[in-house]
Design a protein around this ligand. Structure first.
Ligand SMILES: *[C@@H]1O[C@H](CO)[C@@H](O)[C@H](O)[C@H]1NC(C)=O
Ligand SMILES: *[C@@H]1O[C@H](CO)[C@@H](O)[C@H](O)[C@H]1NC(C)=O
Ligand SMILES: *[C@@H]1O[C@H](CO)[C@@H](O)[C@H](O)[C@H]1NC(C)=O
Length: 377
């Protein structure tokens, strides 16, 4: 999803565990400091050691909030609703330092990358991670946007040259990107509140050979596993490029340079991700359920669970998205879903961003898509 809303509005301590010798029964599931990390077991996800189907959401803006109580309130409301996973932007790239004190995480300028670890930088993400630990919410932290919202790959291109298609193989951009990844992971490597690290939001490489994204997925996910072998790793893609159920429409095609099945074969990718926005893709709402089952089938064939990671419509949310949720819960191979997106009315900053897909806490749509959905799982 493009996220165009701009938000203007202590640090927790972790201990490095120097050494541990434990078996890794299934990907990501193992104990450190006696805490079980999220993992996968066959086609299921595991949270706190329990396998099952989990519901969550997206709140990309969470680490851009400047009021700790607002972060706590959003995560407390998510927790009390039964949501277990929250996906957030772990990136916020700029080419010039904002003059309005708004949060940013990395400055990319004059061929140089500088991570902002300060109070208006990664300390905001630190607070979200510590709050997620207190609220038993598992976070998906994404490292770069394909879209230019909050900088994205375009911010790297502005600093290092190249283009959105050469970004995936550009040495300078990739060095800065990997350094950023390493900086973020090092801060939370011991946190049980990390559900997964994610390579990018909706990576596309228009008209590229699918080997470009595949090779970048393979090298980046291997790099992440070399730093942190325990947390799960996923791509964050839209799920484009798939032959199963294909009706020949744009999302099933390979024009954005992505082959869902091929990327899922990468052994340092723990689960599949896919999104669903029929109106943005020129398809109809009824396109949705077969799209969900197609990915479930591909994931089942690969022996890895799928996360139905973003989905939304602007109207008739309860009936349209409710139908997709039922399909997801009933499809072998789909292990969790996280709708786009969670909304709340926060004490200090007011209503969280509304992009017309937002489902606000306490509304009828929320009852339908969160309360009733979770009850049905
Ligand atoms: C982990 O569990 C073991 C055995 O039950 C215990 O001795 C140890 O103190 C625990 N460590 C932590 C960090 O809680
Ligand atoms: C795509 O790249 C692969 C691997 O580099 C190569 O074997 C294949 O021929 C390429 N396909 C096209 C259509 O160029
Ligand atoms: C996509 O990847 C799958 C699995 O490797 C392969 O069988 C298929 O031919 C690929 N299709 C395209 C168009 O790249």
């Amino acid at each position: 999803m493009k996220t165009t809303t701009i938000l203007t509005t202590t640090c927790f301590v972790f201990s490095q565990v120097a050494s541990y010798a434990m078996g890794i029964p299934t990907s990501g599931t193992y104990k450190r400091s006696n805490t079980t990390f999220p993992g996968t077991s066959g086609l299921d996800f595991t949270i706190d050691g329990t396998a099952g189907y989990f519901a969550g959401s997206n709140a990309y803006w969470l680490a851009f909030l400047t009021d700790n109580d607002d972060v706590d309130q959003a995560l407390a409301d998510a927790e009390s609703s039964g949501l277990r996973i929250m996906r957030i932007w772990g990136f916020n790239d700029v080419n010039t330092v904002p003059t309005d004190n708004s949060v940013y995480f990395q400055l990319l300028a004059d061929g140089k990358a500088t991570v902002n670890t300060g109070a208006d930088g990664l300390e905001r993400l630190d607070y979200v991670v510590s709050s997620a630990e207190s609220h038993n919410i598992k976070l998906i932290i994404n490292f770069v946007n394909y879209w230019s919202d909050y900088g994205g790959m375009a911010a790297y291109v502005n600093a290092f040259g190249g283009s959105l298609t050469s970004w995936y193989t550009d040495d300078e951009s990739q060095a800065a990107y990997q350094n950023y990844i390493k900086t973020v992971i090092s801060r939370y490597i011991d946190s049980p509140a990390i559900f997964a690290w994610e390579l990018a939001n909706e990576p596309r490489c228009s008209s590229c050979n699918v080997s470009v994204i595949h090779d970048w997925v393979a090298s980046t996910s291997a790099f992440i596993k070399s730093i942190d072998s325990t947390h799960l790793v996923a791509i964050g893609d839209e799920g484009f490029g798939l032959d199963i159920n294909s009706d020949g429409s744009y999302p099933y095609g390979y024009s954005e340079g992505s082959n869902f099945t091929l990327n899922l074969e990468v052994d340092t990718i723990d689960f599949g991700t896919f999104h669903l926005y029929p109106s943005n893709w020129g398809t109809s709402d009824s396109f949705g359920s077969p799209w969900v089952t197609a990915h479930g089938d591909a994931c089942a064939a690969a022996g890895k669970p799928c996360l139905f990671e973003e989905y939304g419509v602007k109207s008739d949310k309860c009936s349209v998205e409710g139908e997709w949720q039922k399909t997801a819960v009933g499809t072998k191979g789909i292990g969790a879903d996280t709708f786009w997106q969670f909304g709340d009315t926060l004490k200090s900053s007011g209503k969280s961003p509304n992009d017309d897909y937002t489902v606000y806490y306490g509304t009828d749509d929320y009852t339908c898509l969160v309360t009733e959905h979770i009850a049905a799982i």
